[in-house]
Design a protein around this ligand. Structure first.
Ligand code: URA
Length: 234
């Protein structure tokens, strides 16, 4: 099998991105730097950035989780803390989270060992809409959301236009639905910080047409074939 396909199937990167990694000399086969288009077999030892590549199971697997807050979104933690991986069902293969949610954020999180799909879903160029329920302190008006809708500056770059509307507001708090197509680090929290608002609660409620309805906090289920097909066509 070609090295780029091999890397994609093992969840490292899309085929195109894998080519870039090979060209950059980041991939080694049996101790020497791989070249573009090279074939690899079962017996070959592959290193990516000098770390041994652990082969993923062949069968693609896809799960959807309603992540609770207070749990980290990583495959392993060097301090031994509980991670989202601990919530996966026994017998789940070597899947990994698609993108990430902060420690304090809850809601929709996908897992797969399908590197190609994961790469597409997290690539900002794919512009996959992700909707969040945000609770902010105090009352707000629709007009207050205008800077959020047109874009705020994060790390010197403007966020893309997005949809946002108030679902409830009173003296104590305001609930907003916001749909973004990017996935910058802590993007939603930082967008509201940029207009002087502190996010009290954050939940991802939708990715494309997928929702976590029917899943309690911490629950996981495999995606249906229809859902997988839908994601592949997004
Ligand atoms: N935006 C955030 O600020 N945090 C998340 O976890 C996801 C989106």
């Amino acid at each position: 099998m070609r090295i780029n396909k091999f890397l994609a199937e093992n969840g490292i990167a899309s085929r195109r991105h894998a080519d870039g990694m090979v060209s950059a000399g980041r991939v080694k086969i049996n101790g020497r730097v791989a070249v573009l288009g090279e074939d690899v077999g079962e017996e070959d030892e592959i290193l990516v950035d000098d770390k041994p590549l652990v082969r993923a199971e062949k069968k693609p697997e896809y799960y959807i989780m309603n992540k609770p807050k207070g749990i980290i979104c990583t495959v392993s933690d060097d301090r031994g803390r509980k991670t989202v991986m601990d919530l996966l069902p026994e017998g789940a293969g070597r899947v990994f989270p698609v993108g990430r949610l902060d420690y304090a954020t809850e809601g929709l999180l996908l897992f797969t060992n399908d590197g190609e799909l994961a790469y597409r879903l997290t690539n900002p160029k794919s512009e996959i809409p992700k909707t969040y329920l945000v609770r902010l302190e105090g009352t707000m008006t629709e007009k207050d959301l205008n800077p959020i809708r047109s874009g705020v500056e994060l790390d010197g770059v403007m966020t893309k236009k997005c949809r946002a509307h108030i679902v409830e507001t009173n003296k104590l708090y305001t609930k907003v639905h916001i749909t973004i197509t990017e996935g910058k680090n802590r993007q939603v929290r930082r967008m509201f910080e940029a207009i002087g608002k502190n996010v009290e609660f954050l939940k991802r409620i939708r990715l494309g047409d997928l929702t976590v309805s029917g899943l309690d906090r911490g629950e996981v289920r495999p995606l249906t074939e229809e859902e997988v097909a839908y994601l592949k066509n997004l």
